[in-house]
Design a binder for this molecule. Sequence first.
Ligand code: HEM
Length: 374
Amino acid sequence: MNNMAWSSLMSRIRSRTMSALMMVLLVSVGGAMAAGGQLEMDFYSNTCPHVEAIVRDEMVKILKEAPSLAGPLLRLHFHDCFVRVHTLLFRVPSLYSRLIIMHLEMNEYRIKKLFQGCDGSVLLDSTPTNTAEKDATPNLTLRGFGSVQRIKDRLEQACPGTVSCADILALMARDAVVLANGPSWPVSLGRRDGRVSMANETTQLPPPTANFTRLVQMFGAKGLDIKDLVVLSGGHTLGTAHCNLFSDRLYNFTGANNDADVDPALDAAYLARLKSRCRSLADNTTLNEMDPGSFLSFDASYYRLVAKRRGLFHSDSQLLANPVTRAYVQRQATGRFVHEFFSDFAQSMVKMSTVDVLTGAQGEIRNKCYLVNN
Ligand code: HEM
């Protein structure tokens, strides 16, 4: 083959390969859009018409028995949605890729499928060959798994093999907030359960030490903006936190590890109070109400605390580091715009609970929330 023929062949191969890749990308992106679009308000109207009533009924009982589970059940959904498993979708197998590998010394193309956010993967147990999200450090403080399975069991009796664990989590989070006197929002349904859960993907969860830039990046990676960040952080009106998740602010903020090494962004009186509760850096058992005095009720008092530099985590304090989020915190701290916070929270939860969902024929409907089907 002469030089011209060879270069014309290569150029045809390149152009066809690029078209193939473009097709795959388009299908993949189109699939992502369609996947989001397939969630529906009345998804179970024929197959499990009472799903919302059953979840609500069981949630009332669960929170009556253990009111402190409202926070953990909201957090479970957040941690489910924020961890996106990257699965291999496609390889270009044909003659083209072999030629490309031979002649251009390139590897096989791999198109990755970027789904599996709110897919119930946080609920899966580890196996002998895989450490699941649940067993990764940021998730060791999650609670409420038993309650999810309790509701799943009831739904399996009412409508076997129908309602996904991912949908159950979304409904439970909404009902947890409503039953703690917070806002309600419509939960569109039809999420499917993922079959993959990997501990090392939990690096996508924002750590309590994150600064503003990092928080914005991590929320941005999920399609959530600065407003969602400041609004959803208001979820810290509910629940408790272990000392070791913020004690660096009390004893070891710059790594000097002494009594004076404190986070300057923390109010001095609050700092003293926290030090009296969390006696050392090593304390990983003492629990602290994140919104002292009203940690079981959903309200705007989280913003009053943050405005007074009394947010528990460095990440909470960082909401004062940017003019937009600071303005939101200060407005909510007046206590005169709670209805606005409630409506904002509802809107941001609708966004968060549809991050990278599996729909249609993707994934599966698990029989048990902690186990993939055979
Ligand atoms: C902005 C980034 C966020 C960071 C860095 C963060 C970090 C944390 C940490 C470290 C804890 C303490 C866990 C423990 O010690 O048991 C916690 C608790 C909690 N978080 Fe967040 N979180 C963030 C955003 C959110 C969002 C978006 C929500 C929900 C919308 C949420 C809801 C909660 C709840 C309800 C608790 C209390 C859980 C319990 O009582 O066990 N957080 N968070």
